[in-house]
Write a protein that binds this ligand. Structure first.
Ligand code: SF4
Ligand code: SF4
Length: 373
């Protein structure tokens, strides 16, 4: 079978399945592996121990498919800025003048990628369909479809497949489509027609992402200290969030988009975003979340990305958001949370109560009222 024709039809099939971006890289050592190893050694992975235990596997995609020859990288866009909240203000709730009753209860924000169905399941289903299509077209070939959880340096291979460059915010950026997309890969033992790697970078002198990060999680351009990143703190971290990072979290309930929101490459309008958007997940009421039982949490979030956070993580985050909002109307819900079975929830609730009481005591004594900004 003619390689170029098969590759071209494979990319057409990827587009049909909702992957607007596609490109092929040869299955060789990952260029970025030495940087990845250095990043791990500097402790920037936080408590994501799976990155360390599977560290060496990221050197070459043969750790996923032993006979791999080509890596098809695909990208599926998701909607952003669709929640009716300012994408630029990480402190939106803190900015509200709560003393004048301006606090809007639906003020906990979710990263754009989480405002839809569980993206892992959604992307895996479509990647598996793409891999099955390829195996049917080339009988006897072997494929492996992966997204996010397999030991593959996805951004590295995406750059080598011509999809874009890795920006100072460490996201893969495509000139036409920005950075709000999921990456996935289909590994195959076929020799597909490869694309030219993306050899240039287009951040120039811009430092918007580095300057805007609420927790100062970039020790230098192109390097993320994940242990300080709100996305890690609110999604990956199972234990208590370090006290010094709680205030900078502002009202992010799950994930954070700030370093992508401020990127000029994300300012262009886009068409044909494939990933479904659920407007109800654009902003959630942290007081309501704090009252969720285990069954209610499961019922409401089982089919969303928030399921990964588990009830303890989401309610912990909700309590911290309420502490940052600083509205005393949240006190009854927080006081009830002091009796929760989960220690991380009790700890966050106690912190939030203290902050709110401090704020109102300052208001009454004429001291600056905002503990956050
Ligand atoms: S996601 Fe948010 S906290 Fe993490 S690096 Fe970007 S701006 Fe900083
Ligand atoms: S905000 Fe500026 S520096 Fe950061 S990734 Fe975008 S273009 Fe690059």
């Amino acid at each position: 079978m003619e390689t170029a024709s098969l590759t071209s039809r494979l990319k057409a099939k990827a587009r049909e399945l909702g992957f607007a971006l596609s490109g092929v890289a040869p299955a060789t050592n990952a260029d970025g592996f030495p940087r990845f190893r250095d990043w791990l050694a500097r402790g920037y992975a936080g408590e994501m121990s799976y990155l360390r235990t599977q560290g060496d596997a990221r050197e070459h995609p043969r750790s996923i498919l032993e006979t791999v020859r080509s890596v098809l990288m695909v990208g599926m866009e998701y909607a952003y800025g669709a929640g009716g909240v300012s994408p630029l203000c990480a402190f939106e709730a803190n900015c509200a003048d709560v003393s004048q009753g301006a606090y809007a209860p639906r003020s906990g924000k979710l990263a754009a990628y989480a405002q839809g169905p569980d993206y892992h399941r959604y992307i895996w289903d479509r990647l598996n369909a793409l891999a099955a299509w390829l195996e049917a077209e080339a009988p006897g070939s072997r494929t492996e479809a992966v997204a996010d959880t397999a030991p593959l340096l996805e951004r590295d291979f995406a750059r080598r497949a011509g999809l874009g460059w890795v920006g100072k915010n460490t996201m893969l950026i495509n000139r036409r489509r920005g950075s709000f997309f999921f990456l996935g890969a289909v590994l195959t033992d076929l020799d597909l027609a490869t694309d030219a790697p993306f050899a240039t970078a287009h951040c120039g002198t811009c430092t918007a992402c580095l300057d805007a990060c609420p927790t100062k999680a970039f020790p230098q351009p192109f390097v993320l200290d994940a242990a300080k990143c709100i996305s890690y703190l609110t999604v990956e971290l199972r234990s208590a969030i370090p006290v010094e990072l709680r205030e900078p979290m502002g009202n992010w309930l799950y994930g954070c988009d700030v370093c992508q929101d401020v990127c000029p490459w994300n300012s262009k309008p886009r068409e044909g975003v494939a990933f479904p958007h659920n407007a109800e997940l654009a902003a959630l009421d942290p007081i309501e979340l704090l009252g969720l039982s285990a069954d209610q949490f499961r019922e409401r979030f089982k089919r969303t990305s928030l399921w990964r956070n588990r009830r303890a993580g989401l309610l912990r985050n909700a309590a911290i958001v309420l502490g940052n909002v600083g509205d005393e109307r949240a006190l009854p819900a927080l006081e009830r949370a002091l009796g929760d079975a989960e220690e991380v929830i009790r700890d966050a609730a106690a912190w939030a109560i203290e902050r709110i009481r401090q704020r109102y005591s300052n208001v009454n004594s004429g001291l600056p009222s905002s503990p956050s900004v």
